[in-house]
Design a protein around this ligand. Structure first.
Ligand SMILES: NC(=O)c1ccc[n+]([C@@H]2O[C@H](COP(=O)([O-])OP(=O)(O)OC[C@H]3O[C@@H](n4cnc5c(N)ncnc54)[C@H](OP(=O)(O)O)[C@@H]3O)[C@@H](O)[C@H]2O)c1
Length: 327
């Protein structure tokens, strides 16, 4: 193996708390056939990374790399690569090992970034934007005028999802975990923001909807909020579950039957737009960026070596919006 360069990477020795994320320097080999070397400029942090780090999602072996998506510049190519050249701006969103300064990656896993999309914005909107697209377009196609309950509306996915739903003229009712997050959401123009620390979810939603309830819940919080949000859905409405930040909900068929509720479990890794790694599914997400719908100009930035701090802050609900690691 011919060594080309060194790279700082974050590895997990074993599952555990944020402290298991260790920054190390490793040797990188010359890219082989069908491979390129990328110098990464912006790496995304997702709550999914927390699940992989903590052991809630299994990793095949340890020490394990972590992280799913990043954007950067091609700095070397394998000798048979024609699709990409040194200097190309590229990104990827579904290949574990993103927490790294540089990485060698298959050309099948990367796509060229449009000139309008900066590295930071790419890292801010790929997995989170694809998740929002999966929810709005495939899981339940929301319509103008409908009431939509979005727990954790100022989180990474929540920020993009709320903005996209609002742009479709549906009525966003969002929840947040603190007065500061409520203030942020109101500054963004949302009228119906419920601070779960200080307000009663049921009373507020009933007041907003005149007691009719909501048409759909797009939920990533899970256990803590499940029973209450189920009670707030209209007869014949829909509950889309796409995460369990507080634990997975326990779904009971009888509870669904009481109001003919449609229950949808949405998983990005089963979604065709995620399986196809050449970025076609990103076009619609990037269009929303270009239209100015998403508020992603100022993601929260940590240094790559501080990945453990980024995880600790995310898990303790201190963060809002998209989080980026800077190599
Ligand atoms: N199904 C899929 O394929 C898929 C794809 C991507 C992401 N997801 C899920 O989408 C969710 C959002 O992901 P993200 O990366 O954008 O994270 P995030 O929303 O930025 O962070 C999680 C948020 O969840 C809320 N929360 C409520 N209860 C919590 C608890 N007990 N512990 C921690 N957080 C809690 C917090 O907001 P408040 O303080 O405002 O309540 C927190 O900011 C995650 O659950 C993730 O697993 C699912």
């Amino acid at each position: 193996m011919s060594i080309l360069t060194k790279s700082g990477v974050v590895l997990i020795e074993q599952p555990g708390g944020p402290e298991v994320l260790k920054y190390e320097t490793i040797d990188l080999s010359v890219p082989g056939p069908n491979e390129v070397l990328i110098e990464q400029k912006a790496i995304a942090v997702n709550f999914l990374d927390v699940f992989f780090r903590s052991g809630r999602f299994q990793l095949p072996e340890y020490p394990a790399p972590i992280g799913l998506e990043a954007a950067g510049i091609v700095t070397a190519i394998g000798n048979d690569v024609t699709e990409f050249a040194v200097g190309d701006r590229v990104a990827y969103y579904a290949t574990t090992g993103a927490y790294a300064q540089k990485r060698v990656i298959s050309v099948d896993d990367i796509f060229r970034l449009p000139d309008t999309i900066t590295f930071d914005i790419a890292a801010a909107v790929m997995v989170k934007g694809l998740t929002a697209k999966m929810l709005i377009k495939d899981s339940y196609a929301v319509k103008a005028g409908q009431y939509v309950l979005i727990p954790a509306m100022t989180g990474g996915v929540g920020t993009l999802l709320s903005a996209w739903v609002k742009s479709l003229d549906a009525i966003v009712i969002g929840t947040v975990g603190s007065p500061a997050k409520k203030q942020l959401a109101e500054q963004r123009g949302y009228k119906h923001v419920i601070d779960l620390q200080n307000e009663d979810l049921t009373a507020r939603v009933n007041a907003i909807t005149g007691g009719s309830g909501v048409d759909v819940v797009y939920d990533s919080v899970g256990k803590d909020i499940f029973d209450k949000s189920m009670d707030l859905i209209k007869t014949g409405g829909t509950f889309v579950s796409y995460g369990g930040a507080s634990g997975w909900p326990e779904v009971d068929a009888e509870q669904l039957a009481q109001k003919n509720i449609h229950f949808v479990q949405a998983q990005l890794n089963n979604y065709p737009g995620y399986q196809n790694k050449k970025g076609e599914a990103m076009k619609e997400v990037f269009e929303q960026v270009e239209k100015g719908i998403f508020d992603v100009q100022h993601p929260l930035v940590y240094s790559l070596a501080d990945a453990s701090k980024a995880h600790a802050d995310m898990e303790s609900r201190k963060t809002t919006g998209s989080i980026i690691l800077r190599p």
